[in-house]
Write a protein that binds this ligand. Sequence first.
Ligand SMILES: [Zn+2]
Length: 360
Amino acid sequence: MKSPNNILYFDFYRNENSFVEVELSDGWMQLKDCQNASVRPLLIPLNDCSFNIKKEVLIIYIDKKKHSYIRIPKDNPSYEDVFSALKSESKPSSIIHSKIALLITGLILLLVATGFLFVVVFPSISMRFISVHQETEMGNELYASLVKEQKMDPAASEIIQEFANQLKLSKQYPIKVSVAISDEENAYALPGGHIVVNSALLQTLETPESLVALLGHEATHINHRHSLKNILSSMSTSFLISLLTTKGGGFAQFIIGNANALRALSYSRALEKEADHDGMVLMEKNEVNPKGMQQLMERLKESNNESSISRISFFSTHPLTEERIADAQQYISLHPFNNQPLKETLQENWRQLKLRVKTI
Ligand SMILES: [Zn+2]
């Protein structure tokens, strides 16, 4: 089939226009230069082409980058043939593409759904089946297996426990605080009530209010079952398997078997924010100035800057300190505190604790 030569071909690479004839054959389009017969015809696979119609002109981009194109006006006799050839050629390829896209989308959705199931749904379902009592028992066992590998300071632990006993930190959980001898400025909470504070962090703190803030923060992780949730989310797959294959003590055994991995877990930013906020609520309930939270953050920020090694996991796994300081400041401005001094017994414990950790 021949066509009159009003079909314009624009060659992007040569930046030149020429008039061409178009011939179609079985999935291909051949362009022949009308003016210069010595130019070799150009063969273009139709499924490389894309097209659109503007003002009754069929514009066919002949490469995937849509650089070079031909323009076929509607009055050209080959218009309809080329148009229908393009439609039938591009259809199957776009169907294949859309099938692949559909398959990929399906796979991604499946992965997201599975992830959601394991990370969000299963933990929250299994959390409902774990009573506070079971959680506390499990936390105790977990604590026992963790402290075997850590040096603890019984004297400092006793003082900090006395300090914590004077605060209302939890309604459901017995809060047990202990001091580990470690030069890592860190603290962590275990499900069911244990809080472990490293000696280096206590050495860093400057006010008893900032210690209350730290305990309030960690107690919130316990009260809101953040620690439990975290463990369940990160371990849910293998935990479920262990739950299905063992009875009774399966869960506790499983958790204890993974004790060290659990300690390295970090909380999400949202959970940290919540722990900071509700930590300050606890401070207020205990008539302790929530400014202690800001002091805690500022202290951590300073000591982090001093240290070239970024090893402070309490610090580094938490939301950006600047943001936490700003949040604390906002809370303080919204909750004016009548500046009564801290209970004398708390102050006394604080002084004892500072003396003790100096020697560690
Ligand atoms: Zn935290």
